[in-house]
Design a protein around this ligand. Structure first.
Ligand code: KE4
Length: 438
């Protein structure tokens, strides 16, 4: 018997509504990035005023326990005093140099020391830039044009990645955004996540033409989907066998699944890795790196061109360095694993108690759930989730002061700032809300 949902006073979001109404006339959809518009969960987005630790406050003064953390960067908690202090100090020396600075050496050494595949690294300003650059590098190094990506995996918004795989095993890329010419995505092949046979078939159908395979080693952009045993190992073997490069897009998983990323946790070393989010500590940073012989292709060391005005800027380097220093402290990942496992286990238990179809899980500081029976091993199976019901859940959780990703096809993120009390309060809200939407 599930308890009747506890009613809560309606949220006063009048100032958010005013600001968002104005934003709609200023920016497409009123936002700087589509997912923030709450289109897939309904209702209007909350306009943030400030963040601190595990919390966000909107412009109406409502406080939320935040499980997005700026989509990953706030893994140590928002506005950590140590990061803010370091930025204040760096600010006095200027905001951008456009010239080499020692801070780049420091962060590069930290990334190289931490991430098994990275012997050399190039900093850029976003995950999108990192992924588009690494694709160019895979093509430059192999002299081949084709790429394999997986349905549901997101590698930023560069044209060649905006491919909506058709249903079925493997298909030539069909652009899923206007403005992306077919010629740009013809070389993008897709396969279902966790489907090694589909990848084998792609290599057989395109002998000597595939430059590389790119994937999220733990998927966070189709909801939370984990690699099945043998999947990552199989990709490592197949790419090596066919002279193609293996790239782990660790923009989301890097320094979140472990200090060395998913590749360290699973013990599979790709040829190249992309990073972002956490390594910028909330300021714009992306990076790509890998074997020195491959990175030697990158200009000006080699012929593959890639550049950026603000790449490696001192403020972003400072925030990244301080964030990794905090993460490196003993016990950080044990704490993240423990609170996230408790949260995820509690969500699944609450959903089942309410009689809802639910599946999901967590790895380190990343979690997710689908409102369907499951298991969910790929994007096709993820689409079975009840998005409508998720939308009602999202709004009900907001009213209870819990801020979840505004899409059924995203992951959730915890931080070192989330307390046991925050987790308990969140699970209490889930129990209420599952009862309300059952
Ligand atoms: P950015 O260009 O947004 O910094 O990174 C693109 C990117 C690349 N690879 C992975 C695995 C990613 O998760 C991302 C960006 N993630 C989304 C969240 N699903 C960013 C949020 C947004 O688009 O507003």
């Amino acid at each position: 018997m599930t308890s009747a949902p506890v009613s809560v006073p309606a949220l006063n979001t009048s100032r958010s509504q005013d600001l968002f109404s104005a934003a709609l006339h200023l920016m497409p959809g009123g936002v700087s990035s589509p997912v923030r518009a709450f289109r897939s969960v309904g209702g209007e987005p909350i306009v943030f005023d400030r963040v601190k630790g595990a919390y966000a406050w909107d412009v109406d003064g409502n406080r939320y326990i935040d499980y997005i953390g700026s989509w990953g960067p706030a893994i140590c908690g928002h506005a950590r005093p140590e990061v803010i202090a370091a930025l204040h100090e760096a600010l006095d020396k200027g905001t951008s140099f456009g010239a080499p600075c020692a801070l780049e050496n420091t962060l590069a050494e930290m990334v190289i020391d931490a991430v098994p595949s990275v012997e050399m690294v190039r900093f850029v300003n976003s995950g999108t830039e990192a992924c588009m650059s690494v694709l160019r590098l895979m093509r430059a190094f192999t002299g081949r044009d084709k790429l394999i990506k997986f349905e549901g995996c997101y590698h930023g918004h560069a044209d060649m990645f905006l491919v909506k795989a058709g249903s079925g095993v493997a298909t030539l890329g069909l652009p899923d955004s206007p403005g992306v010419p077919r010629t740009t995505t013809t070389n993008t092949l897709t396969a279902p996540y966790n489907d090694l046979e589909a990848v084998k078939q792609l290599f057989a159908d395109n002998p000597g033409e595939i430059a590389g395979v790119i994937l999220e080693p733990v998927v966070g952009n189709a909801g939370f989907i984990t690699p099945e045993p043998g999947f990552l190992e199989g990709l490592r073997e197949l790419t090596t066998e066919h002279g193609a490069l293996l790239t782990f897009d660790e923009v989301m998983t890097g320094f979140r699944i472990s200090y060395g990323g998913a590749q360290a946790r699973f013990g599979i070393t790709p040829d190249l890795t992309t990073l972002g989010k956490v390594i910028g500590g909330g300021l714009p940073v992306g990076a790509y790196g890998g074997r020195a012989e491959i990175m030697a292709m990158v200009a000006p060391a080699g012929p593959m061109y890639q550049a950026g005005t603000l790449s490696g800027n001192p403020l972003a380097m400072t925030a990244g360095i301080k964030t990794l220093e905090l993460l490196k402290q003993p016990g950080s990942y044990e704490r993240l694993e423990a609170i996230t496992k408790r949260l995820s286990g509690g969500i699944l238990a609450a959903g089942r108690e309410a009689g809802l179809p639910i599946c999901g899980g967590s790895i380190s500081a990343m979690f997710g759930f689908f409102l369907c029976e499951g298991p969910v091993r790929n994007f096709e199976e993820a689409k079975a989730t009840d998005s409508q019901r998720f939308g009602r859940l999202h709004r009900a959780m907001l009213e209870r002061g819990v801020y979840l990703a505004p899409s059924a096809f995203e992951a959730g993120f915890t931080s070192l700032a989330h307390t046991d009390a925050d987790i308990e309060a969140t699970l209490s809200a889930f129990r209420d809300c599952f009862a309300a939407i059952a």
